[in-house]
Design a protein. Structure first.
Length: 362
């Protein structure tokens, strides 16, 4: 069903973006989402850029409050008052989703783009059987009804490894265990036949064994269906298992972006380095688990400094005064930190960061 929602006709072609324009399914550019509360403005997502290519998994990792869920909800068109997308674009197959009507967005949601949340109970309706809920999605998105829909629903439950699938169609969500519910939710998402699956902490509420099984299942499904995935987690260890590319978020910004291998082998940002040190077993000499002291600050105004500076072991005076620009340190590896470009003198670096909103090349 992909592409159906994009009507043919006369419209200007989307900008071909650099080298990845053709294969990018989703391109997010300078996205800004603000919550206007009685007390303050919260810049929950503050100018982020990333893209997801067909069939790949982009992991977004960051501590609690860094803006991961608001990013996901912005893409899904689920930001409600007092929140608002105030800038940037979210292009899906070249079409900007920002500014689309609720009806148009409903066409994408669950159709082209599906989402799985941390707590399956909030997405499953307790008063309908699991089978009915999957069949409703099949009716809505694949025009399947009656016997055909029942067969397909059973097949979907089997495909997410729920034993005795046909019988379990007539059970209610509360009769399923936590892991089974998450599987049922994945089946529901698949009933929409999406091209992009957004997973917001899908395994956080599960025990370790179930978590591993669900991660494996998601990867299997992705390979089979050539799905693109946006995988959100606070656990950088999980990222290593599922992601092809990674975006590290901090206080509304993406502070480092790279393919998973270079990010783990050679993290550039002190925050990323700190997150990696917190993985148990990664640093055998450490006799206690390293954690970064303090919390993610709430961004209540546009950034005029490095928001990580107060917690950063490498911070110097200017970090409190200059907002770091994005530096390209390698092919498809960027970092937003005044320590880069590494080869330049401190004076040169600061001048570049002060002067530019564009990417600085190393
Ligand atoms: N409806 C809302 N009203 C006001 N502020 C909000 C709202 N939703 C999110 N925020 C704020 O936006 C910021 C980012 O929140 P978000 O939920 O995206 O964080 P997160 O990275 O997903 O964290 P977690 O790992 O805890 O889920 C936080 O400061 C949060 O308080
Ligand atoms: Ni979240």
């Amino acid at each position: 069903m992909s592409g159906d929602s994009i009507a043919p006709g006369e419209r200007s072609l989307p900008d071909e973006d650099e080298d990845e324009g053709e294969e990018s399914l989703l391109e997010v550019e300078d996205l800004r989402t603000v919550f206007y509360t009685d007390k303050e403005e919260i810049h929950a997502v503050d100018g982020i850029d990333f893209s997801i290519r067909k069939g790949e998994t982009l992991g977004i990792v960051g501590e609690s409050g860094s803006g991961k869920s608001v990013t996901a909800r912005s893409i899904m068109g689920l930001i409600k008052s007092p929140g608002r997308i105030v800038g940037g674009s979210i292009r899906y197959r070249g079409e900007d989703l920002v500014g689309k009507s609720e009806t148009e967005l409903e066409g994408y949601r669950g159709g082209d783009i599906a989402m799985i949340f941390q707590d399956p109970m909030t997405s499953l309706n307790p008063v309908y059987t699991v089978g009915n809920q999957i069949k409703e999605a099949l009716d809505l998105h694949q025009d399947l009804t009656g016997e055909e829909a029942t067969d397909e629903a059973a097949r979907l439950l089997e495909s997410v490894n729920i034993p005795d699938a046909r019988r379990r169609l007539s059970e209610y969500p509360h009769e399923f265990s936590g892991g089974m519910r998450q599987r049922a939710l994945i089946a529901m998402a698949l009933a929409c036949d999406p091209d992009l699956l957004i997973c917001d902490e899908p395994t956080t509420a599960l025990d370790v064994t179930t978590q591993a099984q669900i991660l494996e299942l998601l990867q299997e499904i992705q390979r089979e269906r050539d799905l693109a995935m946006l995988f959100i987690t606070h656990d950088i260890g999980v990222i290593a298992e599922v992601a092809d590319r990674v975006a590290v978020m901090y206080a509304g910004e993406i502070i480092e972006r790279a393919a998973v291998k270079p990010l783990f082998a050679d993290p550039k940002h002190p925050y990323t380095q700190g997150l990696l040190e917190s993985i148990p077993g990664r640093n055998p000499e450490a006799n206690q688990l390293h954690t970064i002291d303090g919390d993610v600050p709430t961004a209540t105004e546009p950034a005029s400094s490095c928001r990580f500076a107060p917690r950063c072991p490498a911070a110097f005076d200017e970090c409190q005064k200059v907002h770091p620009a994005t530096v390209s340190v390698d092919d498809d590896h960027t970092v937003s930190c005044l320590l880069y470009p590494e080869a330049d003198s401190k004076t040169d670096r600061l001048a570049q960061h002060r002067d530019t909103d564009e990417v600085i090349d190393e």
